[in-house]
Design a protein around this ligand. Structure first.
Ligand SMILES: [Zn+2]
Length: 264
């Protein structure tokens, strides 16, 4: 499946259900058009070729909070800053708990929330199916995740499967076996492929790039990283989804405590 041209993107708007809740639209209900990813994320000059999906008015309002924050964050990559009174992005200065170097940390922002909503939208647009919130999933935002301890930040280890997911996408892209959405002046690119895990379940492995958001990370202390992940819909693989070349992938587990069978 590919949604990259104007015509294909317009076709995706004709979904018969709300991609946020999965219900159809009653005659009386107010339907809005939701940009996926949120329009606020893109510079005005890049808002051509948008991906727009229908939602209930209520569903959309409930979910739209973090958009402005993410938009301002990505704007900052391009030196575009909103006026002081409209600034939502909070940046704090801390110390890296391990090597004691200074760290700039973004606070009160959930990139993962925005990413989860995009994945729902992309799944609906590509396969015409609703992806429930309860779908087992795992993904990493394009920045290192850490928690505050006093004036220090303790970063989470990069999970070993991160690298496996990057390889899976690269291998299948090379083999021409990825489903693809390219929208917003091609500043947003989503690619995914379906592989069976060794548990027999189908999983969708994906990569998402918005502008070059790997630059958001702290490049002087950590390798630049993109956004990858997977999800496993309980209803299995959509019929038109692209099957990858790996066929069977090991079920991702963190295994941080490799010597403890009951540990993480
Ligand atoms: Zn809805």
């Amino acid at each position: 499946m590919e949604i990259t041209s104007d015509i294909q993107l317009r076709q995706a708007q004709k979904l018969a259900f709300c991609y946020l809740c999965g219900r159809g639209f009653e005659v009386k209900e107010h339907v809005t058009r939701d940009h996926v990813p949120p329009k606020a994320v893109f510079l005005p000059c890049d808002r051509t070729k948008p991906l727009i999906l229908p939602t209930h008015d209520n569903c959309n309002q409930r979910e739209s909070r973090g958009d402005e924050v993410v938009g301002q964050l990505i704007g900052a990559l391009y030196g575009v800053y909103p006026r002081m009174e409209r600034r939502r992005v909070k940046i704090g200065v801390y110390e890296n708990a391990v090597n004691k170097t200074p760290v700039l940390a973004l606070e009160g922002i959930s990139l993962t929330g925005v990413i989860a909503r995009c994945i729902k939208g992309f799944h609906a647009a590509l396969y015409g199916e609703y992806l429930p919130k309860t779908t087992p999933h795992w993904f990493d935002p394009p920045t290192a995740v850490g928690s505050k301890k006093g004036n220090q930040i303790v970063f989470e280890e990069t999970r070993p499967h991160f690298l496996l997911f990057v390889r899976t996408i690269k291998k299948n892209r090379k083999a021409g076996r990825v489903d693809r959405i390219s929208c917003f002046n091609d500043k947003c690119v989503y690619e995914c492929v379906w592989e069976r895990t060794d548990g027999g379940t189908w999983a969708c492995f994906f990569a998402l790039n918005i502008y070059d958001w790997k630059e958001l990370g702290d490049a002087s202390h950590q390798p630049r990283r993109g956004c990858v992940g997977f999800y496993m819909p309980t209803r299995g693989r959509p019929p038109q989804a692209m099957i990858g070349i790996t066929r069977v992938l090991e079920i991702p587990i963190p295994n941080a405590e490799a010597f403890d069978p009951f540990g993480n």
